[in-house]
Design a protein around this ligand. Structure first.
Ligand SMILES: Cc1ncc(COP(=O)(O)O)c(C=O)c1O
Length: 398
């Protein structure tokens, strides 16, 4: 839960700056806003943090991934490779653009596997929406190589992995774009909000124009300028940006605390030889929001999860049964249910989502259990938590 554990005077101060001027809009009113440009400031700080050339804030992580795809040129009829384990927004974004999601198998990184990516490529593949799930990274060396060799755009959905790195480089900077979410449950929150980073000037122009009805934002006179492209309203408000800015300035502290706490919990869980830890291609770059591990089989994983619940191990998750994060229960997606006709119904699709099988992904997900990592974790609470985790594992694994 990270950021929301740390609300304090800093968030209040940033929000009050905005309320005192009354300028809740991120554009225009240069005099009245008395120097407060919260969205712009956030963008500058996120750019510096990730070492990216450009950044644009928007209304959510969902709009961020959709804008990222559209700004890179993904459109109707394109095949976009997606993972079966992600928050549903990644898939919705592809469908909303009239592009066709092509599901790839995942591996024990909890992300698309290099082999899964290779097998999912079709002659119409233009992009892969690679999600760095639960705070950590995919096998990026192989994946970037496959993308290069096959002329596929890498679009990173980094909604869950702000602060994560691979070999010292920020997640979200390996592809054309990286997108982030600052919703209520993320490592930092703006209440609602998102951002996209890129090093590509043309993509950046598409991003800020696409997020604001195509306005080109030249000068501080938005509204009078030309509209080079069709866009929509995916803007962030200054109030949300203000909360996000205060939260963002705590990111190094959050990461350090999470990493410390995760190491303690990991030590306790790893002491059980039947447990296998999640594959982390670069352990140092893990943002450490979760401890993810595998049990030998589905039956044992379910037992461990039940035992965690019995012993009040808060926040334990068995994602295989989850409604929003794994394909098994995405019936509405499998049947393409929507109030009106969807553009993708007019295109041939390489997979029948209702009958498609992903046995490798099922094998990973059936054995997966995760525990959340808190930032504010008093020593005594953490000790009790770890004791309950150990007792639960002992009860099942012996
Ligand atoms: C991987 C991923 N992509 C996109 C989103 C959407 O972000 P938001 O909730 O800000 O719209 C989320 C949120 O959970 C996510 O986890």
């Amino acid at each position: 839960m990270a950021g929301i554990e740390l609300f304090g005077q800093e968030e209040k101060k940033e929000v009050l700056d905005v309320l005192e001027t009354g300028i809740l809009f991120r554009y225009n009113h240069p005099k009245e806003r008395m120097g407060h440009w919260k969205a712009r400031q956030f963008e500058q700080e996120l750019r510096e943090f990730t070492n990216s050339k450009y950044c644009h804030m928007c209304s959510s992580g969902s709009t961020a991934i959709q804008l990222a795809l559209s700004s890179a040129g993904v459109g109707a009829g394109d095949h976009v490779i997606v993972p079966p384990f992600t928050f549903i927004a990644t898939i919705e974004a592809v469908i909303n653009l009239g592009a066709i999601p092509v599901f790839a198998e995942m591996d024990e990184t909890l992300c698309i596997s290099p082999e899964g990516l290779r097998k999912a490529i079709t002659p119409k593949t233009t992009a892969v929406a690679l999600v760095h799930m639960l705070g950590s990274m995919a096998h990026l060396d192989e994946i970037t190589k496959i993308c290069r060799e096959n002329n596929i755009m890498l679009i990173e959905d980094t909604a869950q992995a702000l602060g994560g790195t691979y070999k010292g480089k920020s997640l979200g900077t390996f592809g054309i774009t990286g997108s982030f979410s600052f919703d209520f449950f993320k490592i930092i929150t703006a209440g609602e909000g998102g951002a996209v980073i890129t090093d590509d000037k043309e993509v950046y122009e598409n991003l800020h124009q696409g997020a604001d009805h195509g306005h080109n934002h030249q000068g501080d006179n938005r509204g009078a300028e030309p509209h080079p492209i069709i866009g929509f309203n995916y803007r962030i408000s200054e109030l949300n940006a203000a909360v996000g800015l205060a939260q963002f300035r705590k990111i190094e502290f959050i990461l350090a605390e999470q990493r410390k706490h995760k190491a303690m919990l990991k030590e306790a869980v790893a002491a059980f030889p039947q447990v296998k830890m999640r594959d982390l291609p670069d352990p140092e770059g893990d943002s450490a929001t979760f401890l993810a591990f595998f049990l030998p089989d589905e039956v044992t994983a379910r037992k461990v999860y039940q035992e965690f619940n019995k012993r009040e191990v808060a926040g334990a998750s068995y994602w295989y049964d989850n409604n929003f994060h794994y394909i098994k229960n995405w019936q509405h997606i499998k049947e393409l249910r929507a109030p009106g006709k969807l553009a993708i119904e007019f295109f041939e699709r390489p997979q029948d989502y209702r009958t498609m099988q992903l046995p490798e992904s099922d094998h990973v997900m059936q054995r997966l259990v995760t525990l959340p990592i808190k930032v504010n974790w008093p020593q005594n609470e953490m000790e009790t938590y770890i004791k309950n985790v150990k007792n639960a594992l002992k009860a099942v694994l012996g």
